[in-house]
Write a protein that binds this ligand. Sequence first.
Ligand SMILES: Cc1cc2nc3c(=O)[nH]c(=O)nc-3n(C[C@H](O)[C@H](O)[C@H](O)COP(=O)(O)OP(=O)(O)OC[C@H]3O[C@@H](n4cnc5c(N)ncnc54)[C@H](O)[C@@H]3O)c2cc1C
Ligand code: FES
Length: 247
Amino acid sequence: MKILEKGIVVSNFEKARNLHFMEIRVPKISGLVKPGNFVSLLPPASSGAFLRRPFSVAGTGDESLKLVIRDIGKATHAITSLRDGDAIDVLGALGNSYPDFEPDKKIWLLGGGTGIASLLFLYGVHNNPDDRILWGGKCAKELPETSECTLATDDGSCGECGNVVEVTRRWLASDKPDYIVACGPRGLLKGVQQLASEYNISAWMSCEEFMACGMGACAGCAVPLAAGGYARVCADGPVFKAEEVVL
Ligand SMILES: Cc1cc2nc3c(=O)[nH]c(=O)nc-3n(C[C@H](O)[C@H](O)[C@H](O)COP(=O)(O)OP(=O)(O)OC[C@H]3O[C@@H](n4cnc5c(N)ncnc54)[C@H](O)[C@@H]3O)c2cc1C
Ligand code: FES
């Protein structure tokens, strides 16, 4: 079910360079969201960005949603400049969600950049101490301090050295999960797709394609399917089984 709700910013902190952790009070939508869902935020009119923008839900709080937003352009700058108590128009819950994984199965959650958001939500909900969550970025300045995630940086400036796919390959030399779930840039998803096939591990990925209408009407977010044809990320996704999509 989709609801349009006036959200109120509860908190907004810059946790790493241009990376904000925000909490928005939306009593109705917060009761609907599942890991994998996204919401669409209407940027403040002063930003000059008139289209809604999609953001994955990173968790829920007290009648609220948690979001991880990187300030990269007009809309995200205006949204991450909001202060506690400011209002923002929120549409959700949108998109499909990750499957309900069996509680005793071990999941590796592999995120690049703000792709970590939906994985943080899933990690908290699945709550299995054997799960591992890996958060990759270019360098230490891009990633916050965190106790729950293993960090990885391309330049080795913090956490493990290497990109998410390289680090996962190292982990696979001595361990194997029941499932992999990934979200991040296309290169990361492609690498994870290859690893999952090579090691015969069931994998899901959330695709964060560009969106225009965000409502299934324009095909602006289409991704090719291995079986032929296309899927719309906003309406049929964003979560797909790894082998379903052509990256
Ligand atoms: C399903 C989904 C979930 C998302 N979840 C998050 C999230 O949790 N946190 C978050 O920070 N962002 C997320 N995004 C991306 C976010 O929607 C965009 O960053 C935002 O719309 C950019 O708006 P802007 O006006 O600030 O930047 P723009 O001016 O529109 O773009 C600034 C720069 O970013 C690039 N860019 C914009 N959108 C994307 C995109 N989707 N993928 C790659 N590059 C892009 C543009 O090419 C441009 O170079 C998600 C996108 C989708 C589709
Ligand atoms: S953004 Fe228009 S169909 Fe998905």
